[in-house]
Write a protein that binds this ligand. Sequence first.
Ligand code: G1P
Length: 273
Amino acid sequence: MNISTIVIPAAGFGTRFLPFTKTVPKELLPLINKPALQEVIEEGVRSDIKNFCIIISEEKQAIKNYFSHNKKLEAALSLTGKSALLDDINQLIDQCTFSYPLQREMKGLGHAILMAQDCVKEDFFGIMLPDDIIVDEQPCMQQLIEIAQREQAAVIAVMEVPQEEICAYGSIKIGTTLQDDLVEVVDIIEKPKPEEAFSNLAIIGRYVLPTAIFDAIKAITPQSSGEIQLTDAITHLAQNGHKVLAYKIKGKRFDIGRPAGWLAANVYLEARR
Ligand code: G1P
């Protein structure tokens, strides 16, 4: 199983950070001195991935600009001997390829992922949600890729959360237990009330999925809100002959899609430096 592409959905409005996100994409919020999206892409690179397919909207061209050379700035920094300030980001730009499919309507995570269909060439690919920052010795994406390759299966990242918090996540229904930290997924419910949750194993924003997910996204019925949920499409796979596993990831996870989580991630990363 060869996995060379990661899809990153980044078209959302970032409403939790308004008014800041009126003009600046939330994916470019800083983690210390670096946009959160760069931190996510670096996790992908450390997992041996070079192709990144970033789903954006027309209003989020700043993301495209960030992952392109800025010749004027480079020339100015070189005159003052400060070129090294851009070394990390320029290495990333030179090392990776980026594509930017547009999501023109906000119709849910499943819909966003569907926009990446033409970017994915192999049978399996990764998805990283940029709201989730996961810090561990072994990059989280690599943890999933290793299991996907060993088990020849789709793998989604999960972690145990307190029952009252499961309403913010997809909750998985566990089938066979393969090992302490690896279980089979037979069903998923998206953001359930605590009493309706299948388990307290919550989906975290890292996935390895087969390209069959694109047909599954097209096959499922949107929710009454019109949103097309990725979790419904993954359930569709699991219930139609695909092996879908959930892996309890190692590492510390921050939800930087919320101001408190973003702040906590900054404090933690600064202390680690
Ligand atoms: C998305 C997924 C959800 C998952 C969560 C992880 O929800 O739909 O299943 O548990 O990411 O962060 P969102 O937080 O984007 O609403």
